[in-house]
Design a binder for this molecule. Sequence first.
Ligand code: UDP
Ligand code: MG
Length: 317
Amino acid sequence: MKPVLYIVIPCYNEEAVLPITAPLFLDKIKELVSLDKIDDKSRIMFVNDGSKDNTWDIIKNLAKQDEHYIGITQSRNRGHQNAVLAGLMEAKELCDITISIDCDGQDDINAMNEMVDAYADGCEVVYGVRSKRDTDTFFKRFTAESFYKLLNSMGAEVVYNHADYRLVSSRVLNEFANYKEVNIFLRGMFPLVGFKSTSVYYERNERIAGESHYPLSKMLSLAFDGITSLSIKPIRMITGFGIFVALISLILLIYSVVQYFLGHTMSGWSSLMVAVCFLGGIQLISLGVIGEYVGKTYMETKARPRYIISERTYDKE
Ligand code: UDP
Ligand code: MG
């Protein structure tokens, strides 16, 4: 039996690029069907992430043009990760395998053939990995690569140079649905679910049209979220640092007592200032990091819905 494939595509303010890339996805589905790799019931599922432009109208029109196009919309903008999650959770009931991919044509859709083959060979998760970043600017490449290194060194295991282009079977998604956390970082969570997995390499292209929604500031906050939702290593590091500083101050304490008895107590003002400022700074950073975890715990205890689908281009039975 051939698998039913759902391509899940998050779209936020993408009216410039969607009319260009949508037919490419359709051609890919038709090619895979004609190669007998997937069933003709396969679909391209657009997830409109509360766009402020015409993206949702474009999706609705596409759905009228060809039955392979379907769409859902979130009640408001919730961010890329939540949009992908909404699509995957919706799709898992309707298909055998999903492939999540951005809608801007940056990820090579031809890698899908290899992904589907890997599934046929028994892999339940197939990570799309960028083989090189020639088309990115030096700055983007440097920041993106530091991003993966930082994540891994902080205890959030992610596949190097893998973003959110991946094949996941509905079997894995059914298990994944039990990961109830509100702070989601998909690329770090699928490795936790396990199952047989592999990687497929592809070259990343330039965005076909429109602009990136991930400037440095958003990338930093994604890295921070990724680390704090997957690992508590930063808190451990603070503890370790605290122990280190405490040991040094013990030595300083002995030193100052000795100095007192030797009658040299007026000197040393500058070293005192340095120590006060340095420790003050460290304490504030530490409080900030711990506060981040307290905040995350707060959001988790509320257990608010992770996505709200307000409209579909099809009837959900
Ligand atoms: N996206 C989304 N919600 C957002 C921001 C982005 O669904 O709030 C989608 C966007 O439409 C695109 C994908 O996420 O399909 C990746 O965004 P982008 O291409 O801007 O990021 P980059 O590839 O530059 O990292
Ligand atoms: Mg992009």
